[in-house]
Design a protein around this ligand. Structure first.
Ligand code: SAM
Length: 297
């Protein structure tokens, strides 16, 4: 395998990447050319949202090819384009064969939610202190347990497991990988509806539930029907505000509503959006994200 490494401006990143894919690159990745220098500029995004920018002011675009000849030909073709005035070839270099599966797997370690509750990829042993273990591998849908918003929801579930006898129905709205629904099931919940607008999330949730021998119903959002003693939604502040009437209407008397995907500075907007139904409070925080909860009267 050979890697063609190009330097270009942020405005050219998408065109260069598309051109490289068209000339049969096996994979294209973009990095900050100024990484680890004083000129480095971090790009911050929010979960479930598109990247805020496609590249950096000065981007390194790396394209993998099966042979040196293919990489050289691709470089010649890209540089011949009229839009490529500011594109430069840094190098073409041989790439050592790697065990890509093992490399990817090594990046996902078990995640501690509480000392007793762990999310463990299938290729890892569960830590000896783990009493409740969810088996989950990274996949197409959001939710591996590494994001603070997911972790805070799971921590809430684990800390409130004494309420599980009342969780005869649970709604996980925006289920992604199904991690929250499965977490609730592992702590004693029943009658779980896990819904998402993304059909790939519904498929992932069903597969992950089966891998954990958990019973739940995963479907598109219309499947959410009636009242639930526990409603959890980890989406983002804007959709959560729009969903306020819908989520509130699904709360049984005495039900808990758990909301995540909210940044600290968005707490008040959320409180206002839910004020006609509930008084939301901040009940956990991590890395700038907050968990907001409320109990229906
Ligand atoms: C941040 S992920 C959370 C996944 C998982 N529940 C977790 O806690 O890790 C948000 C999920 O909500 C889904 N979603 C976004 N807007 C939605 C909406 N209006 N209705 C239902 N699902 C939605 C997305 O497709 C995505 O899978």
């Amino acid at each position: 395998m050979h890697e063609l490494i190009l330097i270009c401006r942020e405005d050219d990143v998408e065109t260069v990447s598309d051109a490289l894919m068209e000339v049969d690159s096996l994979a294209v990745s973009v990095e900050d050319a100024d990484a680890d220098t004083d000129a480095e500029k971090a790009l911050f995004g929010e979960p479930g949202m598109p990247a805020p920018k496609l590249g950096w002011e000065r981007s390194v675009v790396k394209a993998l090819f099966a042979s040196e000849a293919e990489a050289t030909e691709a470089a010649t073709l890209v540089l011949a384009q009229d839009w490529a005035r500011d594109v430069h070839v840094q190098t073409i270099q041989a790439v050592e064969e790697q065990d890509w599966v093992r490399l990817t797997q090594s990046q996902f370690a078990p995640v501690e939610i509480t000392p007793e509750f762990w999310i463990v990829p299938s290729w890892h042993e569960a830590p000896p202190q783990a009493k409740t273990v969810m088996r989950l591998d990274p996949g197409l849908a959001f939710g591996t347990g590494t994001h603070p918003t997911t972790r805070m929801c799971l921590r809430w579930i684990a800390r409130h497991r004494d309420l599980a006898p009342t969780w005869q129905r649970v709604l996980d709205y925006g289920c992604g990988s199904g991690i929250l629904a499965i977490g609730a099931a592992l702590h004693g919940a029943h009658g779980i509806d896990a819904v998402d607008i993304d059909p790939a999330a519904v498929t992932a949730t069903l597969a992950n539930a089966a891998a954990n021998q958990v019973q739940l119903h995963a479907a598109l959002p219309d499947a959410a029907q009636g009242l639930y003693p526990l409603v959890i939604a980890n989406i983002l502040a804007t959709p959560l505000k729009l969903l306020a009437p819908l989520l509130s209407a699904h709360l049984a008397p005495g039900a808990d509503l758990i909301l995540a995907g909210i940044l600290e500075r968005q707490a008040e907007e959320l409180q206002q959006a839910y004020a006609p139904w509930l008084q939301l409070e901040v009940s956990d925080r991590e890395d700038g994200w907050i968990l907001m909860t409320a109990r229906r009267a």
